[in-house]
Design a protein around this ligand. Structure first.
Ligand SMILES: [Zn+2]
Length: 137
């Protein structure tokens, strides 16, 4: 467990993981752009500069995150699901939890960067430590 916690440290980058793979789809797929008329289809598709459909890394990351959230409990990890009330996991990625803890966070900030980083580490779920957080960005 200590090794896993070190990998999630906010004080410095412990290690970088590069994942290379070849994706093979069993069914048709598309990543919607939210715009119409980019292709022959009425449904907008994310395209690269050459006009080819692409799978953005952020979409892949989102799928990995949601899968990790699904299996977090079985993996011994905490997952706030960006809602501490629903998940019962306290995490600053939940804006409402963050607002309730704002005074404590400010106090940690005033004590210095190590105190600030320690507070963030103690108040962030494992999934947000791994995949990031809109509040911590
Ligand atoms: Zn979280």
């Amino acid at each position: 467990m200590a090794t896993a916690q070190k990998a999630f440290s906010h004080t410095h980058l412990e290690r970088r993981i590069r994942i290379s793979t070849l994706l093979e789809f069993d069914t048709a797929w598309r990543i919607g752009s939210g715009k119409e008329g980019e292709t022959m289809s009425d449904l907008g598709v994310v395209l690269d500069p050459q006009g080819q459909p692409v799978l953005p890394g952020s979409s892949l990351k989102g799928k990995l995150r949601s899968t990790c959230e699904t299996f977090a409990d079985g993996l011994g990890m905490t997952a706030c699901l960006l809602n501490s009330e629903v998940s019962t996991v306290k995490c600053v990625s939940d804006v409402n939890y963050y607002k309730r803890q704002a005074d404590k966070y400010q106090s940690a900030v005033e004590k210095g960067v190590e105190s600030q980083l320690s507070w963030i580490d103690e108040n962030t779920c494992d999934v947000c430590k791994l995949f990031g957080s809109p509040v911590l960005a």
